[in-house]
Design a protein around this ligand. Sequence first.
Ligand code: FNR
Length: 337
Amino acid sequence: MRKKRKREHVENYLKTSFQGDTLFGDVFLEHNSLPELNFSEIDTKTTFLGKTIDYPILINAMTGGTEFSEGINRELSLLAKEFNIAMAVGSETIALCEEEGCRKSFEIVRETIGQNGLVFANLSAAASLEEVKAALNLIHGDAIQLHVNVAQELAMEEGDRDFSGIYENIRNILENIDKPVIVKEVGFGISKNVAQKLYEIGVRYVDISGHGGTNFIEIENLRNMNIDLSELYSWGIPTALSLIKCRELSSDLKIVSSGGIKSSKDIVKSLVLGADIVGISGELLSYLIHGGYDNAKNYLDGLAYKIKMIMMLMGKKNIEELKTADYKIIGDLKDLI
Ligand code: FNR
């Protein structure tokens, strides 16, 4: 059942057509005609969880557990290795409760990236402590992403319906494991209130994964639900809004900006708005599935060049300087703030 669902997630993601809006279009960055920099000096390296990556990019959680996803994870991890960027595996529940073979598709991620790379484990925030430990062990994870996916579960016929006790469960996991815990949405955004509640129990890493990209209400609705859920396809907090509101909290809350990240402008704007790293899932998957490894590599090459190009055009020579850049908010984003 789980294996079938994993494959359908990828296939149905490619069939989705609803166009959400991250609202990054409402963030305006100013051009600098006199940057006084040499392009070769532009430095995109950043350090996250004590490891340095060449670009502030995370290939975010997608898949694992089947032969089909093993191929995808192999190529994604080769890309992560080649660009020296971070990668998260998809939910590991399947590896913990199904047969031995399921594990391979996760293990190859660490094998490919090596011990020096930044790799995150992934499970539901409802997982038990033992499952979290096993998920971290399986890939020698540098951190565990715990996903909160109420909207997705409710859009699944076979999904969970009881979400009581999750907050307490996250607290228990935080108190009993010695690796960083990243609480992660799956495309509906984390509000300031929720981030505040998480912060109060000691969470210091959130992946906001906002609205505007992959849409799990639509993906699940294409799978199995008899009820037409299309009126809810626009549900969620746009990524730019979620990011700005969460950033109002303490500066020791580290933020992964994700949800609808497609372009170098989305990445740069995320960093300017206060993200520490930026996650991409669906867009990279599309390049990979439609054109293979070289196509996905070209996409990342393009992003890498254009991030540097924008940094130059803003007169910012490194990521730290970029985070201090001025910006203007217009339109709907301004109204919502
Ligand atoms: C996902 N995502 C996801 N997230 C998670 O925490 N565990 C998971 O197993 C999965 N599985 C998954 C499968 C597929 C096919 C996609 C496209 C996505 C969600 C993902 O990590 C991210 O939060 C959202 O997709 C929003 O980002 P994008 O896709 O708009 O860049």
